[in-house]
Structure formats: structure tokens, C-alpha cells
Design a binder for this molecule. Structure first.
Ligand SMILES: Cc1cc2nc3c(=O)[nH]c(=O)nc-3n(C[C@H](O)[C@H](O)[C@H](O)COP(=O)(O)OP(=O)(O)OC[C@H]3O[C@@H](n4cnc5c(N)ncnc54)[C@H](O)[C@@H]3O)c2cc1C
Length: 401
């Protein structure tokens, strides 16, 4: 491995390897029937939690190991080499759990974090809406507080990964439309089996159905369902988005887009392996992927020393996804239709990767952020600054009519 392990990290790697040598056979088999995948992966996450391999960066008081992101990456590398999956609930453990740790009440922490870690309760992120993706602060799902302190929630979310088997969702809703859009938001914990919640699956071109539309029709939420305070939802959401960036950033290793993988596929075709143009394209994309890997290690060192990477971290995501798409295109050009056969890994990569251009911030938005906050370019015009959300909506309606 080229992480250049310290003696402690090398010892940790050995421990992970030792555990895998004994237990990898308990991991879910590949090609399980669709209905068996989630139960098998939940059981596997539970096994990993018991072994202290599920949330190593969580503090010990919440069932984690209090270790750093490098140990997390070591686990990702060793699991990938052993051909076994990691945890099922990456969104919960990687993003929503840390948000609850940062903003939740003590009761919420003790009630929700343990079952999340052990996959007894899987979580989903209920942020995006049909008209609020890049412009997340434009969410329209509306929660109104009742006289008894409880809340009534109505609206629609979309793109909700894993909602179909989640027990809870962390949901961003508008609780005050008469203040500027970033100010009138509140974060809620929503039981997915509550009356008035409807989940509809969306099947992707990759054949999987990970996403959902979720509808909320006058759903009652307990008074203590808010996370981080009424009206403070934007700050809470930013914490989740920061962990999303870190999860995707430190997951770069785990995504497995290594140049060798593409080179091997090409080498299987002796004609292509000697084609100058194919070799040139492979060289270009290979060096891109290698430089991403080393930039990723720099990010990891920053994280390990306790500093939170700034907006430049978005560059890793843009470049990784773009390079992997280019590499998959090259393999598809070489293998032809065979690359899209059902059991071929490249069929999945080719159809799934374009979606990653949007997940965790679209390419254009990340580029804007880097332009403004890293390169100091002039900011995009913000026409909604300081204007109450209800007025914005009225102005939009006026402009349309
Ligand atoms: C694999 C995957 C998993 C996801 N999982 C979840 C989930 O679990 N929970 C959840 O809440 N969401 C989830 N999402 C949604 C994701 O967060 C959104 O796709 C993302 O925020 C972009 O929003 P959008 O799709 O509405 O695109 P839009 O915001 O409508 O953007 C459409 C296009 O316009 C461009 N654009 C928009 N605004 C600007 C601008 N100001 N300047 C320049 N270009 C602009 C965008 O870059 C994009 O190309 C997931 C998405 C994917 C692909």
C-alpha cells in the first residue's frame, strides 16, 4: 500500500487483515437475490460494529473507536483487497450520525446512535426536493408547530437514497417563510413509518433502485423531533454537507478507481493493448487517477491532524468522477458491447458514474465554490439575499405569469 503507514498504522492494518482472514467468509455473497441483499448487509454491518470496524472515527462514548480518517481508509483498502463490502448505512454513519452528535440533544444521541451504528435502524437524508437541489436553502417542505408543541409536516423530497428500508430520516423543512430563505429552516428526525409518509422507488439506468421520492402528507412529529434548534436548520444542514464531502473525499480510495483496474481490462484485449491511441488515453487517465490518489492522501493528512479541509476539497470529487468516467469510456471503447454485459463491472461503472456528477454537489456548483472561495473570483449575483422566502416565491410566480 502506498499510504506510507507509520508503525502504528501498519500494526492497525495487520489487525484488520487478521480479522478479515478469520471473518471475510461471513460477508454477504455477491449476486444475492435482490430481496436478500439488504438483510445480509445489515447483518454484516452489525458484525463489523461488534468488531469495532464500523464507525472507527466516531468517539468511543458513542460506540466508535476514536480513531482518525487514515484508519478508516486502511479499512476501506483492506476490505476492497479482500473483496468484501463495508457498512450498509454509509449515509447514516458517515453523515447523519455525526450531525446528531454535533447538534442533537443528549436524548437523541443516546436513543438513535447505537441502533444506527449496528444497522438495527438505517437512516436516510431527506434534503433534496424537485426545486431544491443545488439551491438547497429553497426547500419548500413545510413544518408548522401546533399548540401542543408537536409539528405537522407536508411536502415532497426526491433522490432519497435508501428511504425504502430506512427507519428514520433527517429532514430539512421550512418552519418560517417570512424570513430570508436560509433563516427559516429547521432540521427534523422523521420516522419513516409515520402515518402520511409515502415512499416511491425510482429505478436507475444501472438497474438498481436506490433512490426514492418521499411524500409527506400532514405527518405528525413529536415536539422533540427537531435537531439543532428551530430556525437553525441551515447551520445543521451545513454540518451534514461537510461530512458528506468528507465521506466522499475519504471514500475516494474505497471507490476503487485505480489505474490498474482499467489497465487490466484493456490488457485482456491483445490488439487494444498494443494500440498507440489506447495506450496514450490510458496513460493520460492513469496519471490523472494517480495524482488524485496522492492529492487524496494530502487531504487525509490534513484530516488526521485535526484540520477540516476547505472548499478546495470539492476538487477531489470533480476530478475523480471525471477521470473515472473517462477511464470507463476508454474500456467501453475497447471492449465494445461486451463491456455492458450484465455481469461486467464496467456496465455498472458506466451507468452509475454520471449520477455521481450530481451527488454531493454538482460539478458546476463545486466549480463555482472553488472559483469564489479558493481563487477569489467575483461571486455569482445573489438576487435572493435578505428577501423573505414567501416574497421570493411570489416574485417567481409573478415572473412566470
Ligand atoms: C447518486 C445520488 C445520490 C443522492 N442521494 C441523495 C440523498 O440521499 N438525499 C438527498 O437529499 N439528495 C440526494 N441526492 C441529490 C443531490 O444532492 C442533488 O442531485 C444535487 O444537490 C443537485 O441537485 P439537482 O439534482 O436538483 O440538480 P439542480 O440543482 O437542478 O441542477 C441541475 C443542473 O443545473 C446546474 N446548476 C444549478 N444551479 C447552478 C448555478 N447557480 N450555476 C451553474 N450551474 C447551476 C447544476 O450544476 C446541474 O448541472 C443524490 C443525488 C445522486 C446523483
Amino acid at each position: 500500500m502506498d499510504l506510507n503507514d507509520t508503525p502504528e498504522q501498519a500494526a492497525y492494518r495487520e489487525r484488520v487483515r487478521g480479522w478479515l482472514a478469520e471473518h471475510a467468509s461471513e460477508a454477504p455473497r455477491e449476486n444475492l437475490p435482490e430481496e436478500e441483499v439488504v438483510p445480509a448487509r445489515r447483518a454484516w454491518q452489525r458484525r463489523l460494529a461488534e468488531a469495532g470496524l464500523a464507525a472507527v472515527t466516531w468517539p468511543k462514548e458513542f460506540g466508535g473507536q476514536g480513531l482518525g480518517p487514515i484508519e478508516q481508509v486502511i479499512i476501506g483498502q483492506e476490505f476492497s483487497d479482500a473483496g468484501v463490502p463495508g457498512i450498509l448505512d454509509v449515509i447514516g454513519v458517515g453523515m447523519l450520525g455525526p450531525t446528531i452528535m454535533a447538534h442533537g440533544s443528549d436524548e437523541q444521541k443516546s436513543r438513535y446512535l447505537g441502533p444506527m451504528l449496528h444497522a438495527d435502524e438505517v437512516w436516510c437524508q431527506l434534503f433534496s426536493e424537485p426545486a431544491a437541489g443545488s439551491d438547497l436553502a429553497a426547500v419548500q417542505a413545510r413544518a408548522r408547530q401546533q399548540d401542543d408543541g408537536s409539528w405537522r409536516l407536508s411536502g415532497q423530497k426526491v433522490w432519497t437514497t435508501n428511504a425504502q428500508f430506512s427507519a428514520y430520516g433527517l429532514l430539512l423543512a421550512r418552519t418560517d417563510a417570512d424570513v430570508p430563505k436560509h433563516k427559516g429552516l429547521t432540521m427534523f428526525i422523521v420516522p419513516m413509518d409515520a402515518e402520511g409518509v409515502t415512499i416511491r422507488g425510482l429505478r436507475q439506468i444501472s438497474g438498481e433502485a436506490e433512490f426514492n421520492e418521499v411524500f409527506f402528507d400532514d405527518v405528525r412529529l413529536d415536539p422533540d423531533a427537531t435537531v439543532g434548534g428551530v430556525g437553525a436548520g441551515w447551520g445543521t444542514a451545513l454540518t451534514t454537507l461537510m461530512f458528506e464531502r468528507l465521506t466522499i473525499g475519504s471514500g475516494v480510495e474505497g471507490l476503487g478507481y485505480r489505474p490498474e483496474r482499467f489497465a487490466e481490462a484493456i490488457a485482456s484485449d491483445p490488439h487494444a493493448a498494443h494500440d498507440r491511441e489506447v495506450r496514450r488515453r490510458l496513460g493520460e487517465v492513469g496519471s490523472e487517477l494517480l495524482s488524485i490518489r496522492f492529492a487524496g492522501y494530502r487531504l487525509l493528512s490534513q484530516l488526521q491532524s485535526g484540520s477540516i479541509p476547505g472548499p478546495e476539497a470539492g476538487l477531489a470529487k470533480i476530478t475523480t468522477v471525471a477521470a473515472a468516467i473517462e477511464a470507463a469510456d476508454l474500456v467501453t471503447d475497447v471492449l465494445g458491447p461486451d463491456a455492458l454485459s450484465e455481469d461486467d463491472q464496467f456496465a455498472y461503472i458506466t451507468s452509475f458514474l454520471p449520477g455521481l456528477k450530481s451527488a454531493g454537489g454538482t460539478e458546476e456548483i463545486l466549480r463555482n465554490t472553488i472559483g469564489e472561495r479558493v481563487l477569489g473570483l467575483p461571486p455569482e449575483p445573489r438576487l435572493d439575499k435578505g428577501i423573505p422566502f414567501s416574497e421570493l416565491r411570489a416574485r417567481e410566480r409573478e415572473a412566470i405569469s
